[in-house]
Design a binder for this molecule. Structure first.
Ligand code: OAD
Length: 246
């Protein structure tokens, strides 16, 4: 890391050390060092694939097998993935700070596996499925699903329990995310391009409510100038430095 980056980490660390309530808002970038692809960028999941062919209700109605086989492929990769030092640093911070909440756009459950106890999932969870008829949510962690799985309860087609384009976020999760964002004194933005609403807007809500915002990303994003400090380096290296040794 450059001296400039280390100086920004030191400045951020001073603010973090004094804080009472840290809210971390995370995206696919925090899981990149666990071997999971992000969505945008050259190697992203949406590169060469049209999201509307895979992650919308109409795509699923048109071809549920195609959608399920894509999600099953991703489920297999997530099943292999382990939390990295970024997830682990956030989980360990619970021991030294009064409150830490994670608001994540990720569906991989790696924050929970790392040991974080308060995780708000805004975009659902890839381990779960939901019945298209009765709405029952099934936890399929560790199970191999076929390409047209059906509900144990009513026998109708299951869908991934993921928020697709054009769908609302789960009401309860979004309401909690707004509440916790308004209470945070540190709002940490990690590994997200910040282009998917309404999640991306939480950063502006946090700033309006008076939080100190720290961004960690490999590259510059639209949060440049919105965040009080932007640190451009891998989350798995920065987060242990922000939280370690307290
Ligand atoms: P994106 O793929 O849009 O952005 C990932 C961000 O992580 C980029 O800004 C990268 O520069 C950054 N990044 C990559 N590796 C990193 C690392 N090691 N350390 C720090 N930063 C790193 O992913 P999201 O912002 O999460 O929605 O995308 C938001 C939503 O769009 C996703 O939840 C998904 C997608 O469509 C659904 O599936 C509902």
């Amino acid at each position: 890391m450059t001296p400039q980056t280390l100086a920004k980490i030191a400045a951020a660390r001073e603010r973090v050390a004094k804080s009472k309530y840290i809210v971390a808002f995370t995206g696919a970038g925090i899981s990149a060092e666990s071997g999971l692809d992000t969505f945008r960028g050259d190697d992203g999941l949406w590169n060469g694939v049209r999201p509307e062919d895979l992650a919308t209700q109409s795509a699923f109605r048109r071809d549920p097998k195609k959608v399920w086989s894509w999600y099953n492929w991703r489920r297999a990769m997530v099943a292999e993935a382990k939390p990295n030092p970024g997830h682990l640093a956030l989980a360990a911070a619970e021991k030294s700070w009064p409150r830490v909440t994670i608001i994540t756009q990720n569906v991989d459950r790696l924050h929970q596996v790392a040991g974080s106890s308060d995780v708000i999932e805004l975009h659902g969870n890839i381990h779960e499925s939901r019945c298209t008829k009765c709405g029952l949510v099934h936890d399929n962690t560790g199970e191999i699903l076929d390409d047209e799985p059906v509900c144990d309860d009513c026998g109708k087609l299951l869908r991934p329990n993921i928020v697709w384009f054009g769908e609302n976020l789960p009401h309860e999760a979004l309401a909690r995310a707004w509440t916790e964002t308004a209470n945070a004194d540190i709002f940490l933005i990690v590994g997200t391009s910040g282009v998917v609403q309404p999640a991306a807007g939480l950063v502006h809500d946090a700033k309006r409510a008076g939080a100190f915002a720290i961004e960690v990303n490999l590259d510059m994003t639209g949060y440049f100038g919105v965040a009080d400090i932007s640190i451009y380096a891998p989350a798995g290296e920065v987060l242990p430095l922000l939280f370690g040794g307290k």
